[in-house]
Design a protein around this ligand. Structure first.
Ligand SMILES: *[C@@H]1O[C@H](CO)[C@@H](O)[C@H](O)[C@H]1NC(C)=O
Ligand SMILES: *[C@@H]1O[C@H](CO)[C@@H](O)[C@H](O)[C@H]1NC(C)=O
Length: 433
């Protein structure tokens, strides 16, 4: 069906909706006026009622008459009741119609959908909801995908081409590229991800927290390294990779956050000690590498969700193999938590000056949103230039409204002096009121 006829169809639908709406309103009016009449004649306080009862008793005391008028009243009451439920039904339908009209999508959205492959269209919707469902969503349901999906029609169609019910292509890197260009969340697919060939049961807790998982637990196709040994050795190799030494659980990971330098590097125990024992229970680590922060927190009975992308390595698989919760979301997405819910948010190295200022400010407000009053935001080593520190970042953090419990700045050790490169770390608190 062409987009033009679709457009006129949706206009026709709106017209029809309006006509139905007017008819319903007239019907509602008729029922209402009838209702008022019934009320006047049957209410125990109505003058007609009082008058009828008093004249009856004056003129005659015959019981039959009284019984007859009583049953009349009860009949009228019944009518009143059914009229009431009719009105309720009408109001319900009117509000459903209103919802349907308001949610008629922009015609350009229909054009975008029309241009997609059948499977992509099916994945995104809209799908008609069955009649009589709760009107919360309107008449159609649209599945959430990132706004960037519809701008990348060709890549989206490529992502959505597979045999339905069969095995999905191994396209993790491609899928992640789509995500980074705003197609986040990605649409769902009707295929099975490839399974690792010789999967073995995971290592039990708590041993799993500090165990490198077996190579057989993973599909290695998208990576340059084909086993964990290679990923661990990468810490010594030239070239820059994301979180280069994160996979080496015997190396730096083992001691991270165990000691407090009194400067840029805070200790987990020192941070937790800022709050009454046991009140930091749940939280989020944004861009948490291989999950060591969550592992250390779990040892202290704190549950941390770790978000990570799979840049140059199977970070999500590694985190979950350790028995920790990984979430494959980028930094662009609104955090999927309700306001005032988390006790702590931590982030190391991810939030830095590469993030455009406006986007960073929205992110900080989002962190503030999900933290409960008195919750902690531990910003771990934010990188920037000396010129940006006092002019951009200090005012921004003040603007968002955090209370500073700790604030440390330090020049980057290797080439900070010549290039004026700085880090700052902060322990920030969402105010109680
Ligand atoms: C964690 O919880 C367990 C079970 O409630 C308890 O035995 C343990 O002492 C707690 N650990 C810490 C570090 O609080
Ligand atoms: C930022 O301001 C503080 C306090 O005014 C000052 O001590 C510090 O040197 C400044 N830092 C930089 C990198 O300019």
């Amino acid at each position: 069906m062409g987009s033009v006829s679709e457009d006129t169809m949706s206009r026709k639908q709106t017209c029809q909706h309006n006509q139905i709406k007017h008819k319903l309103i007239i019907l509602l009016f008729i029922v209402l006026t009838n209702l008022v009449t019934i009320y006047i004649f049957t209410s125990p306080h109505s003058i007609f009622q009082l008058y009828r009862i008093s004249t009856n008793s004056q003129l005659s005391t015959r019981d039959e008459e009284l019984i007859a008028s009583r049953s009349q009243i009860s009949d009228l009451r019944k009518e009143l009741k059914s009229a009431r439920s009719l009105i309720e039904e009408l109001i319900n339908q009117l509000s459903q119609l209103n919802g349907a009209i308001d949610r008629t999508p922009d015609p350009s959205y229909n054009d975008l959908l029309d241009a997609l492959s059948d499977e992509a269209k099916l994945a995104i919707g809209p799908h008609k909801l069955p009649l009589g469902h709760t009107p919360r969503m309107g008449d159609d349901i649209y599945l959430s995908v990132g706004g960037g999906c519809l701008r990348q029609k060709q890549d989206l169609d490529k992502y959505m081409s597979y045999q339905v019910g069969g095995e999905c292509p191994v396209d993790d890197v491609f899928a992640q590229t789509l995500m980074l260009r705003g197609c986040e969340p990605l649409p769902r697919r009707r295929c099975h991800p490839k399974s690792p060939a010789n999967y073995v049961e995971p290592t039990p807790l708590p041993k799993s927290l500090w165990s490198t998982p077996p190579d057989s637990s993973l599909i290695w196709d998208p990576y340059t390294c084909k086993n964990y040994r290679c990923l661990i050795e990468r810490r010594k190799a030239p070239g820059s990779y994301d979180c280069k030494d994160c996979f080496d659980l015997e190396g730096r990971e083992k001691t991270r956050w165990l000691f407090d330098s009194g400067a840029l590097d805070y200790g987990i125990d020192q941070v937790l000690a800022m709050k009454p024992h046991g009140t930091i229970r749940i939280g989020l680590d944004i861009g948490g590498g291989s999950g060591s922060f969550a592992a250390r927190m779990k040892e202290r009975n704190v549950t941390i969700v770790t978000t990570s992308m799979n840049f140059d390595g199977p970070f999500n698989s590694f985190i979950s193999s350790r028995g920790l919760i990984s979430m494959h979301v980028s930094i662009s997405q609104r955090f999927p938590f309700f306001e005032n819910t988390l006790d702590i948010v931590h982030s190391m190295h991810v939030l830095s000056n590469w993030i455009p200022d406006a986007m960073l400010e929205f992110t900080l407000y989002d962190i503030y949103r999900v933290l409960r009053p008195g919750g902690l935001f531990w910003l771990d080593r934010f990188f920037c230039f000396g010129s940006q520190l006092n002019s951009t970042y200090v005012p921004m953090f003040d603007r968002v409204g955090f209370r500073k419990l700790r604030w440390n700045t330090g020049m980057k050790l290797d080439r900070g002096v010549e290039k004026n490169e700085w880090y700052f770390s902060a322990l920030l608190e969402k105010p109680m009121t």
